[in-house]
Write a protein of this length. Structure first.
Length: 124
């Protein structure tokens, strides 16, 4: 919800900054889908980059927490062996981490599309 709100506010700011140009292009026959697609492509790219950066930054934190929690689960992890440390993380987490950029991209795309299309419907 927070990501969608931030993307919606940023998209509205972009629309406000380019209002005159959008009105001219829209008046010349550009479809709502074309204009929304241009904004959505940028939002998708930025959201994907943010999701990728977040996943990369989360990895050392998750490995540290896994190392700290390993003795409570009956496993001991040698901190100097990266392969052992990577094996401590559950499979579900390994599958979820690559999904973060994809989920962020989907949220960015859908939010930007909806925001722009709603804004364009209000144009005269």
């Amino acid at each position: 919800m927070v990501a969608a709100a931030v993307i919606a506010v940023a998209t509205r700011a972009g629309l406000s900054a380019r209002r005159e140009a959008i009105e001219i292009v829209h008046g010349l026959g550009a479809t709502d889908g074309y204009i929304a697609g241009r904004f959505a492509a940028r939002a998708t790219m930025l959201a994907t980059a943010g999701g990728l950066a977040g996943a990369i930054v989360a990895m050392p934190v998750l490995l540290t927490l896994a190392n700290i929690a390993a003795p409570f689960g009956g496993d001991s992890v040698a901190t100097d062996q990266l392969a052992d440390a990577l094996g401590v993380l559950p499979l579900g987490l390994w599958l979820a981490l690559p999904g973060l950029p994809a989920a962020a991209a989907l949220i960015g795309f859908l939010t930007a599309q909806g925001t722009v299309r709603r804004w364009l419907r209000r144009l005269p």
